[in-house]
Design a protein around this ligand. Sequence first.
Ligand SMILES: [Cu+2]
Ligand SMILES: [Zn+2]
Length: 192
Amino acid sequence: MLILCVILYGIRKTDTIMKKILFSAAVLIAVAIGCKTNSKSNETKKLEIAFEPKSNSNVAGTATFIEKNGKVTFVAKLSGLKPGVHAIHIHEKSDCSAADGSSAGGHWNPTFKKHGKWGVGEYHKGDIGNFTADANGNGTISLTTDEWNIGSGDPTKDILGKGLIVHQGTDDFVSQPSGDAGARVACSAIIK
Ligand SMILES: [Cu+2]
Ligand SMILES: [Zn+2]
């Protein structure tokens, strides 16, 4: 009887250990799957585009959009500008064919708001704002936002198929519909 009990106890103990091993394995597999799923949503998307001069300017430069963890970091580097403050916006079309850049259309405004300044009242999704070109005509602007993404297909966030425009003048953030920023001196299609 005692021997039988010892054997039964042994089996139970082994059973418990087996359960623990199986449970640990299940946890490990779950964590592994979780990590894999996570790494997929953390995937980085990168888009680098070049500006072409418009309105008889000599403006050149590049812009990069990097999407990571649900946010897009945008950096534009420009040269050949008139020293001073210039507006930069995302416009509604990726068509830079017109000599004056007008083919890119108006400001990208998928949420049907007024033109303005980000974070202050109403603003267009394309209202990046102003940046300053130094005495040599070089300027840089960067921002990180969760209001954009690259290629999700969500019309209120997806920047693909739009156009990036740099202006001769300054965005006053008030004038409608585009901040009275003047001629379009550079254009870049936001496409892959
Ligand atoms: Cu503009
Ligand atoms: Zn605008």
